[in-house]
Design a protein around this ligand. Structure first.
Ligand code: SF4
Length: 362
């Protein structure tokens, strides 16, 4: 029974891909392993539409893995700016260096060797192994969990250890082993365009005749997840300090969001009420004495902006301060001109803030 169901799934999926799949992506059908790897790293936490532009800019700037390996890390960060999840960028650069300087420029050719590279988990290793070398490894990610759990009516939680094993087995039972690259592309496109998280196109779906979730009216209840991701909120005030035409910035070195990126000196609050109280003018002016030795002139405060990350929500405002004199203890601060600021990688929220009242600065 399951064999019939997996055969039906594979055949219908491949037929849909051949006849109906209209999804266009710049890396589709690509055989160059450097380009495949680059696209897969970009796509790890990013929607294809957003990643497209970054992929093309990376290839223009670093057309080969050698060029990427030899580039300063800060330049690579600058190009990655706005894409988020910056660990990917650090790993991308480290892996490029490993391949060029330790592996003589040869990208590994087996699934197990690819999996050993920094920043590459089972999903990305399967994608690279199948797309570049047509090796029979099925991709298993959120899209694939959703498609398989719905089509097979599988209610085991996808984030449980039993679920992970079960779905990996199911995915490898379904794959067309002689045509792994095409199959993996088909299931990814199918999950992104037909069996979507919200509003799946069940009425016109090429697999709907045997879809268990559709038959049992469980489509919107699948896939099942054991743990809901805990969200936490953080509140920031960034001080845009200007002193003699230069601006204070710091590099974030701690293991936290935006590691290695730059920011304006900041204060963080963990309780919204405290953040709101702080934003009263009198308190802000008092806080400025942290940075200055003379009464500073506050010139602008931005509207609050919000950025949602996968596990935290960031709220922030920026206060623009013209600093008449400096305090000595402003360590770990670099003073940059406007032109120099443009060369530094900042988190997306900093750009959102800059487009507020402090925009005229840049
Ligand atoms: S019928 Fe609906 S739930 Fe089933 S595979 Fe197709 S789109 Fe997904």
């Amino acid at each position: 029974m399951l064999k019939n169901q997996t055969n039906y799934f594979q055949q219908k999926l491949l037929l849909w891909h051949k006849l109906e799949n209209k999804r266009e992506l710049p890396w589709k059908g690509e055989k160059d392993v450097y380009r495949i790897w680059l696209s897969e790293i970009i796509l790890q936490q990013t929607r294809a539409a957003q990643g497209w532009n970054y992929y093309e800019r990376f290839l223009q700037t670093y057309p080969t893995i050698e060029k990427l390996a030899k580039a300063p890390l800060e330049d690579v960060y600058k190009l990655w700016e706005g894409l988020g999840y910056y660990t990917r960028c650090r790993n991308l650069h480290a892996t490029a260096q490993k391949i060029v300087f330790e592996l003589k420029g040869e990208f590994p050719k087996t699934y197990d060797e690819i999996l050993k590279l920094k920043g590459i988990g089972p999903y990305t290793a399967a994608a690279i192994a199948s797309f570049a070398y047509n090796l029979p490894h099925a991709v298993v990610d959120g899209n694939v969990f959703r498609v398989l759990s719905r089509f097979f009516g599988e209610t085991t939680a996808t984030d449980s250890s039993a679920g992970k094993k079960l779905f990996e087995q199911l995915a490898n039972d379904c794959i067309d082993k002689s045509n792994a690259a095409v199959y993996n592309q088909a299931i990814m496109d199918f999950g992104a365009t037909i069996c979507k998280p919200d509003n799946p196109l069940c009425n016109s779906c090429a697999l709907n005749k045997k879809c268990v979730a559709l038959k049992k009216e469980m489509v919107m209840h699948l896939p099942v997840k054991e743990k809901q991701l805990k969200q936490r909120s953080r509140w920031f005030v960034f001080f845009v300090l200007e002193y003699k035409g230069r601006f204070a910035v710091q590099q974030r070195t701690e293991k936290d969001v935006w590691q290695n990126l730059y920011q304006f000196p900041a204060m963080e609050f963990h309780i919204e009420k405290e953040w709101k109280t702080f934003l009263k003018l009198k308190n802000i002016l008092q806080a400025q004495t942290l940075f200055t030795s003379a009464a500073a002139k506050q010139t602008a405060i931005t509207k609050p902006v919000v950025q949602k990350l996968s596990h935290q929500t960031i709220h922030a405002v920026a206060v623009l301060v013209k600093v008449p004199a400096l305090k000595k203890q402003m360590k770990q601060v670099q003073w940059k001109t406007k032109a120099e600021l443009k060369q530094l990688p900042f988190p997306k929220i900093m750009h959102q803030l800059m487009q507020g009242k402090v925009m005229e600065l840049f």
